[in-house]
Write a protein that binds this ligand. Sequence first.
Ligand code: ADP
Ligand code: ZN
Length: 765
Amino acid sequence: MRVRRLSVHETTPRLVEVALPLPLFQTFTYSVPGDLQHPVTVGSRVVVPFRNRREMGICVGTTKGAGLKRKPKAVLDSPDADPAVGASLLELCKWMAEYYVVPLGVTLRAALPAAMTGAEDPTPHRKTQRVVRLSVDMPSLLHREKVFARAPQQRAAFELLESLGGKSTVEHITSHLNATASVLKGLEKKGLVIVASEEIARDPFSTRAGISAHRLTPTAAQEKAVDAMAAAGAGEVFLLHGITGSGKTLVYIELLRRLVDEQNRTAIVLVPEIALTPQTVDRFRAAFGDRIAVLHSALSEGERYDAWLALKRGEKRIVVGARSAVFAPLQNLGAIIVDEEHEASYKQGETPRYHAREVAIVRARNDGAITILGSATPSLESWANAAAGKSTLLRLPDRVGGGRLPSIEVTDLRKIAVDYSGMAQGGVDYGAVIREPLHDAIANCLSRGEQSILLLNRRGYSSFIQCIDCGSVATCPHCSITLTHHRNPERLVCHYCLHKEDPRPDCTRCGGRNLKQRGLGTQQVERLLSERFPAARIARMDFDTTSGKWAHTRILDRVASGEIDILLGTQMIAKGLDFPNVTLVGVVDADVGINLPDFRASERCFQLLSQVSGRAGRGVKGGRVLIQTRIPAHHAVRYAVSHDYEAFVREEMAGRVDPPYPPNVRLANIVFSGLKEDPTARLAIKAGDWLRGLIAARAGEQITVVGPAPCPIERIKSRWRWHLLLKTEHPGEMTRVGRYFMEKFDVPSVAQLRVTLDRDPVALL
Ligand code: ADP
Ligand code: ZN
């Protein structure tokens, strides 16, 4: 009989709490067997059995297992030698789970690269290459001649390796010497080299050409801003309000030189959409070279994982990326920069619906770093925080090099009569779209060999098709959204669910044949322009022309090299572009979006007009801006024209007092959706009553419920939608009520009913 000694482990198996990426607000207890790949500690990924599936979870703590009703199941696998989630990131994810009212496992999943969160294949495939490394030094020539007496090829390979610093890829050596791998095998046998597989860190962005190493000297204003930031204490937040062209990017770079180069710290730079900001990325790369990891949206999962690993190992010290780069696994963090902090794309549109700007501030505080929020048109939230002393306002009030902001002229579209009769034939008259002042400006710009940027924030050909007999409009069968007419190919497209259909010759409702195209899209403007200016080189940049991975960059590179005369596009062209030869910016229709039923519509319009205007006149030639609008007196248009951000904020802020809207109050938007209209509405009404009852019993007047009501877009992707708003001045109250509601409110399992809570929503549609 074999005697088996029991280890402490086996008598009392270690129990751990595991957070799983499931819609459940609890963690789960598992036991840790002794024979796992790697030890399980707090932050380790673990593969666990859950309802006959394998799930990838994160160990978030150990437990005694008190109160367990069943014997816990065992962890199946532990793929991490080092915990994937460090202590600081776990803290951050716990905060997110609490604040955004989502399960911890869901925030943890969002914080890790996708390649690490699948249960089936815990260790992502990385591309490897064979490398060969010298394992000895051979200084003596005599010795060398003896060793390689009958192996000249081995000697050549050995010496080539020496000349390459002792390491190279097998492929490089063999192809260079026209030798076979057996030569290296021979060297390996003699114990002179080691051949091994090594992971390749892929970084497609590093191959971008045209990076200038030219180093700029900061202006006095830039220097002052950098000094203030560099002297800041841990956790401080700065709002850098710099007008367009004031040189914010150089401020970020100079700050990072001090933090990263001089103090050996690390930094995160968030940009709204990396594909749209190749110039900004290039500037960072020029300054910091291969110490930067760029998390481009064109990266594959494997490439993202490579970058993540390089950051975790400290091989890269700065990360530039969109929203999710805020979770980069950097140690010794010095700063998080949020460039264009007003951009809505910092808010994640799906669970967990976090705002990267808010997460950045919390992370920086936890990690002893500072946060810099930069914008020419700060969000009202950030402006209010600065006014309340929660952050420090720094200003760059002038353009670099004494340049001035361009003068802006307005064309009132109402004052010029236009004949719309041509529309029935499927087109709009050029003169109705590009009015005389804008036309003359484009023509002048072309004749001077300068470039222009034209904005129309609506893609497609015409925005909808209407029957002039019965007035009905073609809408999506799955969404309460009008279908947009596209050409090449000829299609009606839903911009929400991407439903496509062929245009119909007659009205589906009355059978009438008088269908009219209404509203303009970028495709139509492009056609009109190319007919009027046949020699002009026009590029269109919108969602439809930028589906390829590098499409944005290719278009912008052509603008930069002067191959494009007119760049026409949606809001994509309003961001960050810095082309000195652009002397004209035209806004074809400023009013797109301003009438949306969303309290932020005016703010968005002001930001868009200010930002796009800021693309003009960045060079010595100066520039002008022409805005076509039907609402020249609207404060969003008026103050964009006068470059008066603060006046806009005052008027807009006053409009959000009664009824109160952010930043005067905190919001959560609770959306109820389902496949049938009735149960969805009933659920929303029940929830409203439930919440009102709860609040009356618990918190009195601290939080109010508005609604429920159908969402402005009542149906998306075949799901009916209702919503209600929670409003409060007390964030803690929102957390408690939101959490109690999401955990306790009963959602019947009919009609695929679903409830989502969106805290600090950026849109209420
Ligand atoms: P912003 O982001 O504030 O709109 P940018 O950072 O794009 O402004 O800077 C505008 C332009 O000014 C860029 O072409 C940049 O290279 C240039 N620039 C910035 N700072 C300086 C400086 N100190 N000296 C010379 N040129 C500068
Ligand atoms: Zn649709």
